[in-house]
Design a protein around this ligand. Structure first.
Ligand code: HEC
Length: 159
């Protein structure tokens, strides 16, 4: 005679269904607070300069948000940025203005007051001494946009 010492007692865990089906309709009222967050005193986004939906203007913030950030940082960002030229909002100004071009060290990337001798302009217009026109592979900036950047440089390339 076999004796099963273990005595399998099947545990039928009865789920207490429906005991507490209280409607937990927590429609957290996500208020509209926080407007103005991330904006400067003039209502501009702090991160990238001004509203990119507006026109390109001959000032650094506008050029950053309309050109450098959307058109250049796909390549010119981080440790692998070509020629060490990072064009994200945090780094672009310091790496452009008054800095010698890697490809043609006799020229500044941006020479304040002198757009013709600014390597940035030569690269954008496609007549630089070395390498390809920027943005590499296109589409390239139209003449009006390049002229606006020229104007910023002519005015002293202030930040
Ligand atoms: C698809 C990748 C790519 C994009 C997008 C791109 N670049 Fe470049 N850039 C390069 C490469 C690669 C080089 C180096 C080779 C060459 O010049 O052809 C370079 C070189 C440069 C140089 C020369 C830097 C030096 O000091 O010698 C400048 C200036 C420049 N780019 C500006 C720009 C600007 C401004 C934009 C956006 C309007 C842009 N690039 C967009 C890939 C890119």
């Amino acid at each position: 005679m076999r004796f099963n010492a273990k005595g399998h007692t099947k545990r039928t865990a009865l789920p207490w269904l429906g005991a507490t089906l209280a409607a937990v309709a927590l429609l957290a009222a996500c208020g509209g607070g926080g407007s103005g967050e991330g904006l400067d005193a003039n209502g501009r986004p702090l991160s990238e300069g001004e509203d990119p939906s507006g026109p390109l203007l001959p000032n650094f913030r506008s050029i950053q948000s309309h050109v450098f950030t959307p058109r250049c940082t796909g390549c010119h960002a981080g440790a692998t940025a070509p020629r060490g030229l990072r064009l994200d909002a945090t780094n672009s100004y310091a790496l452009l203005v008054g800095v010698s071009a890697g490809q043609v060290p006799a020229l500044k990337r941006v020479a304040p007051g002198d757009p013709d001798n600014s390597y940035l302009i030569q690269k954008l217009e496609g007549h630089a001494g070395v390498g390809a026109r920027m943005p590499l592979g296109g589409p390239y900036l139209d003449a009006a946009s390049v002229n606006t950047i020229r104007q910023w440089i002519k005015n002293g390339a202030v930040q």
